[in-house]
Design a protein around this ligand. Sequence first.
Ligand code: SF4
Ligand code: SF4
Length: 362
Amino acid sequence: MSLDTAPALDALAEARRQSEICNACRYCEGYCDVFPAMFRERVFSDGDLTQLANLCHNCRGCYYACQYTEPHEFALNVPAALANVRAESWERYAWPGAFGRLFHRSGAALTVVLVLGIAALFLVIGTLRPASGEGFYAHLSHAAMVAIFAPAFLLPLLALAVGVRRYWQEVGGAPIKWRHLRAAGQRTATMKNLSGGQGQGCNFEKGDRYTNARRHAHQSVLWGFLLCFASTTSGTVLHYAFDMPAPYGLLSLPKLLGIPGGLLLTVGTIGLAMLKKKANPALGAEGRSGGEMAFTLLLGFTGFSGLILYAATGTALVAPLLALHLGAVLALFLLIPSSKMAHGAYRFAALVRDAQIRIPSE
Ligand code: SF4
Ligand code: SF4
């Protein structure tokens, strides 16, 4: 057994032990999608446990409801057991694997080095100012931006697709139908698994008190990210399909999507970081909180630096702010397959697989 697989097997063995106890108890059936999926099984393969782990949103409701937590001899801690399996599954699927392990060991340091290193590189490139160009393109040519960002966006997406394919094979996924995507999309949009089952919210940061704060902060980040992505896409379409290059005015589509997107991303990530500071680390994945926090802050900084950059338009601060913003965006892209950013893809895949089992075929 290699040193890399030993902890994964320990995490799976512990999740299996706890799932078998839950399967006999069945008290938490209505809390989330994890327990109905768990109660459908009699024995748990590694793939079953990986699927359960990726369905779990670490709301912690089952921990505070459980009569078998410490000091009971069963010492149940389902949120932590599933979080460990989940984190180790992402590391196992990450491609290239060495980069994934490095991020989970030293995520904060790696993030800072990447952002500052890339920002410094953009500053140097910016000294070779293009002969012409308006707005941001006066500092960095459009051709240079495309040459840098196209591969930096597409290669991590390819790496993530490889990881999700590995996941799909391990959990025994079947051919996907539209109804499965629709069911998974509804659960993602409403974040149903953070609702505590009845809409009362989760116990993430306040122990045995319910709150919807994490659900709302998470929704803010999700919609903020999607709006920012839509803003960039609309700018690309305007540039190539309608020959309307940047800069764009305040009432243009890229700005109407990008400004609220940046605000939602910034506010949501600040909320998630504050909630994470209050939460009990013993109910999360062991040894990953530094990397998770670094990634949350990087996501927020990407949105915030974009807003500040727009506010500084026409001033001498544009060059350094542009370098910093592009450094954050590029670091975010490069870290997609190995950081917490990948969790969105794996969770969606878990919800699709769950829908395949829940929704009978016609
Ligand atoms: S977490 Fe505890 S209360 Fe909930 S099903 Fe498992 S054993 Fe029962
Ligand atoms: S932590 Fe929340 S989402 Fe995870 S299994 Fe427990 S109740 Fe379900």
